[in-house]
Design a protein around this ligand. Structure first.
Ligand SMILES: [Zn+2]
Ligand SMILES: [Zn+2]
Length: 110
């Protein structure tokens, strides 16, 4: 009796007749799994870059790879658009409020 196996991407049960080498239920799952593997390779590379930047004290690179507000690693500068550099909407709005408050202080002092 064939062993029941599951898609490595979505966990759906593979047909019993599926060949022993088959790991995904369909092409969509196969390409999704491939993209995920590529993405995790990239994250690993970026993690190495960040470790090296911290070692060298490369502030610019560290800023590029982490949320400027809370320091959470986002890799935003490398994999997202630059306007995505905050880890969350919360950090983005916190930074925005801080900038607005600073502008208001400057305006009040003038
Ligand atoms: Zn699947
Ligand atoms: Zn953050």
């Amino acid at each position: 009796m064939a062993r029941v196996r599951y898609c490595e991407n979505c966990g759906a049960r593979l047909p019993l007749k599926a060949s022993a080498r088959r790991r995904y239920c369909d092409d969509v799952c196969r390409s999704q799994a491939y993209r995920r593997r590529v993405a995790s390779d990239r994250i690993w590379t970026l993690g190495m870059m960040l470790a090296e930047a911290e070692h060298l004290g490369d502030r610019r690179m560290i800023r590029l790879l982490t949320c400027p507000e809370c320091g959470v690693i986002t890799f935003a500068g490398a994999i997202h658009r630059i306007d995505m550099r905050y880890c969350s909407g919360k950090c983005r709005s916190r930074a925005y409020r801080r900038r607005a408050a600073r502008r208001a202080r400057i305006a009040a002092a003038a």
